[in-house]
Design a protein around this ligand. Structure first.
Ligand SMILES: C[S@@+](CC[C@H](N)C(=O)[O-])C[C@H]1O[C@@H](n2cnc3c(N)ncnc32)[C@H](O)[C@@H]1O
Length: 264
């Protein structure tokens, strides 16, 4: 009997390739506890897409609440169907807004997360700072903003990185990088066993921001403190070990991913 193939749904393929909401929400708890000595309650997921993280948040504890914000109606509708409706009663604790992240100022969140580098959609200092200002204004007094960031010299190379997943291959192509503007273009493609391909399932036009630039803009937007969480090294593979710790100096390496946490 032929085995069922993987879903050809681009959102399902994206989530299976680049998201791990359970690990994200565990990380948020750890960070907030480290900063404030207690657990957070209200999570705001900016650029939430399918709101997979917001849904995992309300599933995690019965008093957790979340809001998710994204511009894209069809993506939000997919998330409603796949992640939010199955929550049943708990769905009442999750609000979704189809809006620009810079326009939503309430409710005040304990944690705002903007993951998978989505804030890089803002290309100028002035627009990124405006986003950080709104983000701070929409945080509770002890709230934290959590961002991820990537870099290293490979982040400027026009290459395609592939990763095998059950039933398909995820391909992350850097199609352009302009050293003068810092603007860069990425495509996500999915390839299947029968050699068919979903080309350019997602495209991102981002500015490749650096850690010091982002920290300076956070400070200019009024955040009191920023901390970098840098990934440790796996002694066997010499690659990242998935454990992120507060770090103030790091060694140069070809490619890295880190978190920046900013306290309101
Ligand atoms: C890279 S995806 C991130 C999806 C998901 N949050 C994740 O972590 O994988 C970027 C998302 O940001 C949304 N987006 C882009 N600009 C936005 C803006 N100004 N306000 C709200 N959402 C925006 C897009 O519609 C898209 O769903």
């Amino acid at each position: 009997m032929p085995r069922p193939g993987p879903s050809r749904d681009r959102h399902a393929l994206y989530e299976a390739s680049v998201q791990c909401p359970e690990a994200d929400v565990q990380f948020f708890d750890r960070i907030y506890r480290e900063w404030n000595g207690e657990l957070p309650r209200l999570l705001r997921e900016d650029f939430c897409g399918t709101a997979a993280i917001a849904a995992a948040w309300v599933r995690k504890r019965p008093d957790n609440q979340a809001i998710g914000i994204d511009l894209d109606g069809p993506t939000l509708a997919w998330g409603r169907r796949v992640h939010i409706e199955p929550l049943g009663e708990a769905a009442r604790r999750l609000q979704i807004h189809q809006a620009d992240v810079r326009s939503v100022k309430r409710p005040l969140a304990d944690i705002t997360a903007a993951l998978n580098f989505s804030y890089m959609v803002f290309h100028e200092r002035v627009t990124l700072r405006e986003y950080f200002r709104t983000s701070r204004a929409a945080l509770a007094p002890r709230g934290v903003l959590i961002l991820d960031i990537f870099g290293g010299w490979e982040a400027q190379a026009l290459t395609t990185e592939t990763r095998r997943k059950p039933g398909f291959t995820y391909a992350w192509e850097q199609a352009g990088f302009d050293p003068i503007s810092g603007l860069t273009r990425f495509h996500i493609h999915f390839r299947f066993r029968d050699r068919s391909e979903m080309k350019r399932a997602f495209t991102y036009d981002w500015r490749l921001w650096t850690i010091p630039e982002v920290r300076e803009l956070l400070a200019e937007a009024g955040f009191k403190k920023t901390v970098v969480y840098w990934e440790g090294t796996d002694l066997k593979t010499r690659g990242g070990n998935g454990i992120f710790r507060r770090t103030s100096r790091a060694k140069s390496c070809p490619g890295w991913v880190a978190y920046i946490v900013a306290g309101a």
